[in-house]
Write a protein that binds this ligand. Structure first.
Ligand SMILES: [Zn+2]
Length: 140
């Protein structure tokens, strides 16, 4: 699957069987899938869910959405704090199929996945403390 590096934005091809081996970017050598949210797309999201041994937290957002922009640093800080989970972002404008499949009707919407299935979701930007509580309840 193609994963866009969250640091330098270059495209990396990652094989599913290597997904959990802490892949690094071929261009900038930084970790592709740890510490910072990674942008996912209609093309790779299903494969990422299937391949990831870690639970996945997704932030469905759009560039024009003020609350989404306000929530972005909260999401990024949580990604830095919780390497045990994979934090991904889905731009709903650029990825209409996913938004439709998951019936995303308002943004931001946050969804937590275990073993590829949604275990919890919530719409609306959360404060950092609320987001921590939500994560803890989703992955308890
Ligand atoms: Zn890179």
């Amino acid at each position: 699957m193609i994963i866009r590096c969250p640091h330098c934005r270059s495209q990396n091809r990652v094989r599913s069987e290597r997904f959990n081996d802490e892949p690094t970017c071929g261009h900038c050598s930084k970790a592709l899938l740890a510490g910072v949210p990674v942008a996912m797309t209609d093309e790779n999201f299903a494969e990422v869910l299937a391949a990831s041994q870690r639970p996945v937290v997704a932030d469905f957002w759009a560039a024009w959405c003020g609350p989404c922009r306000g929530f972005a640093p909260v999401f990024a800080q949580a990604a830095a704090r919780h390497p045990e989970w994979l934090f991904v972002k889905v731009d709903t404008d650029a990825n209409p199929q996913l938004s439709q499949q998951l019936s995303i009707r308002s943004i931001p919407t946050l969804a937590a996945f275990c073993d590829g299935k949604v275990v919890e979701r919530v719409s609306g930007a959360l404060q950092a403390v609320q987001f921590e509580q939500w994560l803890a309840s989703a992955f308890r």
